[in-house]
Design a binder for this molecule. Structure first.
Ligand code: ATP
Ligand code: MG
Length: 437
């Protein structure tokens, strides 16, 4: 039960740190304000109003009794009352009195006035809202009636508006200050998340400058240290490999020259084909490593890119199911190279290829299916290793190097994506690429 409740609350709570922080600050303030307002309204304002109304009705009753007393100087009583109590009185003789009125049950002023007038057994009619600052009250006096014009402040304390103002203004001010502070506190976290996301996708980011509270700053420093370490490691690896590849070309060329001096034609042919293959491997690797380091990110349309790649192959065997416009930021040439490698593999082994592309909430999925022999499950990890070929006989037809899949997976992973192999419904291999955007 508690699990269900906490799940429900979690769904209700805002997801972003900024709004959560704001809620933590604003909620107690709002609860406090409501409590203070209720206490003030009930125990102070209403009670004060009741006291004031009771005093006023008492005064009016005293006036009426003095007025009605036998032999009373009516003009004197009326003048004294008007003069000292700041209430205007008009006496209507032989006028019909109707006590029909629109009762406003929700108004606390009306309620207390009604209650007090009733307790004094007076027949009355009043309107508290007809005039802005005056309450109009009529009281029956046998066949006549009195009409009173009473200043509103005699019935109610006007401090309620000032109180409401004073209670809401600081609250708004506190929340506004909290918004500014929270924005400043969450900005460094957002910056860090953005930098991590970009780095994870293989984008080039300039040096990350940590900012914000000490914990966030610490996380920023650690991120920057990790980023530099990874970059150093990557550079070291590719520099070493390019170095080796580059240096191997010289002895290979020398070997080629020396071959010319050998007389055995058969031996020369065998050696030179091996040397050619080695040279191809080196060139392929060197080309790849020089491309990947140079290229910058750009925004491109995925369907267009795939169509462009397909146009270079035999169109009759490839079926491409386009999707809606799909813009992506990445290293276009590298992605083109990756997809070319994969389609090339499929076209080498099959005569029917199907390419599908799909856009999900936060990533793009690309499926390449073929009707070739496929790759057995136990080989699916190995084929991604550099220079790995399943068996000679399969790829002998064209002189392949065994780098295609390893380069492709490198490219996809450097964009923060994933590449997987599976069984295709066409009977051959299914390559699934997922790229985050
Ligand atoms: N679509 C496919 N169907 C069946 N086997 C495949 C398919 N794609 C790749 N393979 C197997 O996986 C191995 C590795 O592929 P990879 O692309 O890395 O190398 P390659 O195609 O032999 O050489 P390169 O691409 O460097 O010219 C290939 O030798 C091949 O046996
Ligand atoms: Mg290949």
């Amino acid at each position: 039960m508690f699990y269900g409740l906490s799940k429900f609350l979690k769904q209700l709570l805002p997801k972003q740190l900024f709004y959560r922080g704001l809620l933590i600050v604003a909620l107690p303030i709002i609860i406090l304000q409501i409590t203070i307002s209720i206490v003030f309204f009930d125990s102070l304002w209403i009670k004060t109003n009741i006291g004031m109304t009771r005093a006023l009705v008492g005064e009016i009753k005293t006036f009426i009794d003095s007025y009605n007393k036998n032999g009373a100087d009516k003009i004197f009583v009326e003048n004294t009352f008007e003069e000292h109590l700041d209430i205007d009185v008009v006496y209507f003789q032989n006028k019909k009195f109707s006590n029909f009125m629109n009762e406003k049950w929700y108004s606390p002023i009306d309620r207390s006035l009604r209650r007090e007038l009733k307790s004094k057994n007076l027949e009355y009619w009043f309107d508290t809202s007809k005039f802005k600052n005056t309450v109009n009250l009529k009281i029956k006096n046998e066949s006549d009636y009195f009409e009173f014009f009473i200043p509103r402040e005699r019935l109610t304390s006007t401090s309620v508006r000032i109180f409401a103002l004073w209670i809401t203004l600081p609250a708004i001010l506190i929340v506004a200050i909290a918004i500014i502070f929270l924005k400043n506190q969450t900005r460094p976290i957002k910056k860090l998340a953005e930098a991590s996301k970009k780095f994870g996708r293989g984008e080039n980011i300039s040096e990350f400058i940590p900012s914000g509270a000490s914990e966030i700053r610490q996380a920023g420093y650690e991120f920057e240290k990790m980023r530099k370490r990874i970059l150093r490691h990557l550079n070291q690896r590719s520099e070493m490999l390019s170095g080796i590849s580059h240096d191997l070309r010289t002895p290979l060329t020398r070997m080629k020259l020396q071959l010319a001096l050998i007389n055995d034609k058969n031996l020369v042919d065998r050696f030179s084909s091996d040397i050619d293959e080695m040279e191809k491997m080196l060139n392929e690797y060197l080309q790849f490593s020089s491309e990947i380091n140079k290229e910058q990110n750009e925004n491109f349309e995925f369907n267009e890119l795939i169509e462009k790649i397909i146009s270079k192959f035999n169109n009759n065997i490839i079926e491409f199911n386009k999707s809606e416009n799909l813009f992506f930021v990445g290293r276009k040439l590298s992605i083109q190279r990756c997809l070319t490698n994969l389609i090339e593999n499929s076209s080498k082994f099959s005569n029917k290829i199907e390419i599908n592309i799909q856009k999900l909430k936060s990533n793009i999925l690309i499926f390449i299916d073929d009707n070739g022999p496929g790759i057995p499950i136990h080989e699916r990890e190995n084929v991604f290793k550099p220079f790995y070929k399943i068996d000679k006989s399969r790829s002998e037809k064209s002189s392949s190097v065994g780098l295609g899949l390893s380069i492709s997976s490198d490219i996809i992973r450097s964009h923060g994506g994933k590449i997987e192999l599976g069984d295709s419904k066409l009977g051959g291999l299914k390559v699934i690429i997922s790229l985050p955007f």
